[in-house]
Ligand binder design. Structure first.
Ligand SMILES: NC(=O)c1ccc[n+]([C@@H]2O[C@H](COP(=O)([O-])OP(=O)(O)OC[C@H]3O[C@@H](n4cnc5c(N)ncnc54)[C@H](O)[C@@H]3O)[C@@H](O)[C@H]2O)c1
Ligand SMILES: [Zn+2]
Length: 379
């Protein structure tokens, strides 16, 4: 019999992925200073989409050039449907064409779609080059620019059976820094602003009662988009998200609480054919999950009412549209890869500022009858 051999490859690594999030106004010159001082790369690839290119890429380019940095803008057509492997590959090819190599850095200038794609591009290009997040939507300021999840959507099946699997392919890839320039929100449409508002309220409910109180007090300023509140809101959002990600970077437990409202929310978003925005869908999803939690005896009526009141004041919907049926919501949540044994997985609050830990899993599988009752009451 042939001898069997083993060659051991020992690659134990200690990685420090720590980074700072800078929040302020007029930060592009500071980005340029940082790149120059720390020499992250001799060439700077600004990755952005068609809208953000128009509004903000020129200013960033100018700031970089003033520091003598070599830079080019690489863009794709705005929109979730363009968050594809093909677009990433095209940008990688353009970068190679222009002579970009290992000694380069990617600057993700845009919303969550740009951040996810640019982080993924940086992770793959030459097996990995550094990248910086410069988020420009409220959702990206509040959520997607922190935590290191990057990737693209994938289409599977064909003909009528075609389905988009969101974020199906990607990498955990942490940026070297995040620069939240709140001035970028000036050009953001109201409909997009609401998405950030919903994730902000979500953060408060899952982790920080004081933040919830603060949002309640300042809800009018927030809704009117008074920039006085932007810095503090961004700081709290980042602190909460970073606090969760630090404890559980790979989503084995605690990080799952960030999905509060997203189980039913994703289904509703998709059943509305994306006429409901992500934030609107998550708002309705939080009402459904809140009711499930109340009906299971974890969450009080009083806290559920406070949640509902704040979402309403924020101008977010709290009921399921009549043309979206309970059975369809249930069916879609059960198709999710995280569902098990005919039950979908929910994160449930126990009070404003706190989620049920379910012995460290931070999610529980909920019986269909319980979900159905909550859906009926969210109309
Ligand atoms: N990585 C994560 O942890 C994470 C978390 C949440 C969401 N996401 C992802 O984020 C994406 C959604 O992000 P989003 O809501 O920012 O969407 P987006 O990036 O598509 O931006 C929304 C729209 O606003 C435009 N825009 C962006 N900044 C602008 C500005 N300053 N002025 C004017 N227009 C501007 C964009 O061109 C786009 O049309 C989804 O793909 C989602 O999967 C990722
Ligand atoms: Zn979300």
């Amino acid at each position: 019999m042939a001898e069997k051999l083993t060659v051991e490859v020992r690659l134990k690594r200690e990685i420090d992925d720590s980074y700072d999030i800078r929040i302020g106004e007029n930060l592009f010159p500071e980005v340029a200073d940082y790149l120059k001082q720390f020499q992250l790369g001799s060439r700077c690839a600004i990755v952005t989409d068609s809208n953000v290119r128009r509004f903000h890429a020129g200013d960033l380019e100018t700031a970089l050039k003033q520091q003598g940095l070599k830079t080019d803008v690489f863009s794709f057509e705005a929109g979730e449907s363009n968050k594809t492997e093909d677009n990433c590959t095209r940008i990688i090819v353009e970068m190679l064409d222009k002579g970009y190599g290992r000694d380069s850095v990617v600057l993700a200038l845009g919303g969550g779609v740009v951040g996810d794609m640019a982080g993924y591009i940086a992770g793959k290009f030459n097996r990995g080059i550094p990248f910086i997040q410069i988020p420009t939507t409220f959702l990206a300021h509040a959520d997607s620019s922190v935590g290191g999840k990057t990737g693209v959507d994938i289409v599977i099946g064909n003909g009528d059976n075609q389905r988009v699997l969101k974020n199906a392919v990607g990498l955990f890839n942490q940026p070297k820094r995040v620069y939240i320039d709140v001035e970028t929100l000036r050009t953001l449409p109201d409909s997009e602003y609401k998405n950030g508002l919903a994730e902000t309220i979500k953060h408060a409910i899952i982790r920080e009662k004081d933040f919830f109180d603060g949002i309640e007090e300042n809800i009018n300023l927030l809704v009117q988009r008074n920039s006085i509140v932007y810095l503090e809101i961004a700081r709290m959002n980042c602190q909460i998200k970073a606090g969760v990600v630090q404890i559980d970077p790979n989503e084995k437990g605690l990080r799952r609480i960030l999905n509060y409202g997203h189980t039913a929310g994703h289904a509703i978003e998709s059943l509305s054919d994306f006429r409901l925005s992500h934030g609107e869908s998550v708002s309705i999803g939080m009402m459904i999950a809140g009711r499930i939690s109340r009906d299971l005896g974890y969450f009080s009526d009083r806290h559920l009412e406070r949640q509902e009141r704040l979402l309403r004041k924020a101008g977010l919907p709290v009921t399921i549209p009549i043309n979206i049926f309970n059975e369809d919501i249930i069916e879609l949540t059960l198709k999710d890869k995280k569902a098990k044994g005919g039950k979908a997985r929910y994160c449930l609050p126990t009070e404003i500022g706190k989620m049920h830990s379910f012995d460290g899993a931070y999610v529980t599988y909920v019986d269909k009858e319980v979900v159905l009752k909550a859906l009926e009451n969210t109309r």
